[in-house]
Design a protein around this ligand. Structure first.
Ligand code: NDP
Length: 267
């Protein structure tokens, strides 16, 4: 049976094993998919051990996405553009890196939620591994102009330069006018059950607010969207779609995501 795993820390509550098991069953592909807790310092060694035990593919999450790109022998154009990888495929004893996060977000927004992205004035809040992964595919889907804001300004500046978009300091946010698409790509909700530092005047009811996280961590964004009376989504659909994209890379078949979406949404 082919072996797959998701690496990260914390990882115990990852939904990826369940999602890939469901895809495997649906497509009649026998596979084993486990979650492996791993800190940055042990990543290269742990991943090498997994490869030597017959590991065929790996997903990589926080805080390992930039390291995943560094350990790969070859990388896709979208992983190189992001400077981060979330999907590794074993080939001849080496790893090939890809990044399916952005494709997952765009598929969730456009196919599931029927959002037209072209020309949307966009705020990306956060400048970590996830923001790196989504910016290229969002720009390719036609969003713009884009402004990046991050808690630490240098990271926002670096990312804005990488993708040739604007950046601003958090304190400037109330002065930037209205956005049509607001992407919460930071870990704010994982640490604080407090309101997002977003004033209400940066959007109106026609806006779309999207949090890459899901579960409790997405609640501050969903509350904010309900106060502004705009549509708000969490990142569960993105998680499922990025997994479908990884599954297709590994197994050359695209799973139907509707059943697992319904199952996980109901949790
Ligand atoms: P990283 O650790 O790489 O980056 C974290 C980012 O969040 C940084 O920009 C950091 O800012 C910022 N941040 C951390 N704490 C706070 C805070 N209290 N207030 C404001 N900003 C904060 O994480 P990732 O980019 O990989 O992940 C970000 C989020 O996206 C997570 O919630 C993750 O679960 C989610 N995600 C969801 C996916 C999905 O498929 N749905 C896929 C990938 C990620 P600073 O630079 O100042 O430290």
């Amino acid at each position: 049976m082919q072996k797959y795993a998701v690496f990260g820390y914390p990882i115990a509550h990852s939904l990826s094993p369940r999602i890939h098991a469901a895809f495997g069953e649906q497509c009649a592909i026998p596979l084993a998919y486990e979650a492996i807790a791993c800190h940055s310092e042990q990543f290269a060694e742990t991943l090498a051990g997994f490869l030597s035990r017959g590991g065929a593919g790996a997903n990589v999450t926080l805080p390992l996405k930039q390291r995943a790109l560094a350990v790969a022998w070859q990388s896709s154009a979208r992983a190189l553009r992001a400077g981060a990888a979330n999907t590794l495929t074993a080939r001849n004893g080496q790893w090939l890196a890809d990044n399916t996060d952005g494709a997952g977000l765009v598929a969730d927004l456009t196919l599931r939620h029927r959002v037209e992205l072209r020309g949307r004035r966009t705020l990306v809040f956060g400048a970590g591994g996830a923001a790196r992964g989504i910016l290229g595919p969002l720009l390719d889907a036609g969003v713009g102009p884009v402004t990046i804001i991050n808690r630490s300004e240098p990271a926002a500046l670096e990312l804005a330069e990488r993708f040739s978009v604007q950046h601003a300091a958090l304190e400037q946010l109330p002065t930037l006018g209205k956005f049509d698409l607001l992407i919460q790509a930071s870990s704010h909700g994982h640490q604080l059950d407090t309101a997002l530092p977003w004033p209400e005047q940066i959007a109106d009811a026609s806006a779309i607010a999207y949090d890459l996280s899901y579960g409790k961590a997405a609640l501050p964004l969903l509350r904010w969207a309900s106060e502004v009376e705009c549509r708000g989504f969490d990142g569960l659909g993105m998680l499922i779609e990025q997994a479908a994209e990884a599954f297709e890379i590994w197994h050359a078949v695209r799973p139907d995501t509707r059943a697992i979406w319904g199952e996980l949404r109901a949790l």
